[in-house]
Design a protein around this ligand. Structure first.
Ligand code: UDP
Length: 326
């Protein structure tokens, strides 16, 4: 039985979908602060908060888990600069609670959602896993801290883990049942698509970067490809694999302007675009070197063209104009 913490969120719900498709027993744990119960059709939900050790203890006493997955973090870089205390509590302390519950119950397999933000401003792209790590935000600091905590728990307690460092997660399941539903929405692709739907203006944050069209380049990775990598990480741990870290990206960079052009092509709508100064802490280029995930885990991402990601996100937006409230 797999425990999916944060299973009602964007990436966690796509993970639960994959586990359902594969017939793998699992339960989701979510406090529904930001997740959506509707994102879990067919997956049992335990409503609890990882910041509550007593609730965790009773859940671990009642279920025989084999592997624990963690998707239950706060993710907005900007929010993390305004509320670092909340980020350290939820993204670090709550994970410590979870690891301690695992230790008490003799569990030793953990899959963790990490991020390209652990690298900070890259010295070179594409970025391999051994690139220096200098996060530039409280969000990145919390994720790197958990990676280090997991290294210590592995060395001393034999609690093995896989950290998956996502670049820019995007898209939605091609069946159109699940999608991205953040409130407020800050991510580029959904914001661009909201603008295409006539629901607000999107602004390009900075056009003076040292890139071919002056806008930031990112590596967009489809959420279903992320879920596939997590399943491979579970297999790695089940096969006795060691604690390790892997980058997850398509390996191709697309600029903000290219994403906007893709959205105009996919939607067939020519919507106005605003401009704004650079957003603090945004590196010009973030591109993953995911060779290690491909060669060691056997990861083979299917949706490496940003247009497909935009298409799936647009299909979801058309069928769910108000997200899960539709
Ligand atoms: N971006 C933008 N306008 C927006 C949102 C994002 O120009 O309304 C840019 C942002 O500066 C970055 C890229 O789009 O270069 C991706 O940003 P997002 O917030 O989606 O993900 P992040 O890279 O911060 O994880």
């Amino acid at each position: 039985m797999i425990l999916v913490c944060g299973g009602a969120g964007y990436i966690g719900s796509h993970m639960c979908r994959l586990l359902r498709q594969k017939g793998i027993p699992h339960v989701a744990l979510d406090n529904l602060e930001r997740g959506h119960e509707e994102a879990l059709p067919g997956t049992p939900l335990l409503r609890a908060d990882l910041r509550d050790p007593a609730a965790l203890e009773s859940i671990f006493a009642e279920h025989a888990f084999t592997t624990v997955m963690h998707f239950a973090a706060y993710i907005e870089v900007g929010e993390s600069t305004k509320n670092p205390a909340g980020f350290w509590e939820n993204n670090v302390h709550a994970v410590w609670n979870l690891l301690e519950a695992m230790r008490r119950h003799g569990l030793n397999q953990f899959v963790f959602s990490s991020t390209a933000a652990v690298y900070g401003e890259p010295e070179r792209v594409p970025i391999p896993e051994d690139h220096p790590k200098n996060p530039t935000s409280p969000y990145g600091n919390t994720k790197l801290t958990v990676e280090r905590m997991l290294g210590d728990y592995s060395d001393t307690y034999g609690l093995r883990s896989v950290c998956l460092r996502y670049f820019n997660a995007c898209g939605s399941d091609p069946d159109g049942i699940l999608g991205e539903a953040h409130d407020p929405e800050t991510h580029l692709i959904p914001r661009v698509l909201l603008a295409a739907a006539g629901r607000g203006e999107v602004k390009v944050f900075g056009e003076d970067y040292n890139t071919p069209d002056g806008t930031c380049i990112r590596d967009y990775v489809h959420v279903c490809d992320l879920a596939d990598a997590h399943l491979l990480a579970i297999r790695h741990l089940e096969g006795g694999g060691a604690t390790d870290q892997y980058n997850l990206g398509s390996g191709t960079g697309f600029s903000v302007r290219q994403v906007i052009d893709a959205a105009k092509e996919v939607t067939g709508i020519d919507f106005p675009i605003g401009t704004a100064p650079r957003r603090a802490g945004d590196p010009a280029r973030l591109i993953a070197d995911s060779t290690k995930a491909r060669t060691e885990l056997g990861w083979n991402p299917l949706y490496t063209d940003v247009r497909t990601c935009v298409q799936h996100a647009w299909d979801w937006m058309l069928s769910h104009p108000n997200g899960y409230k539709s």
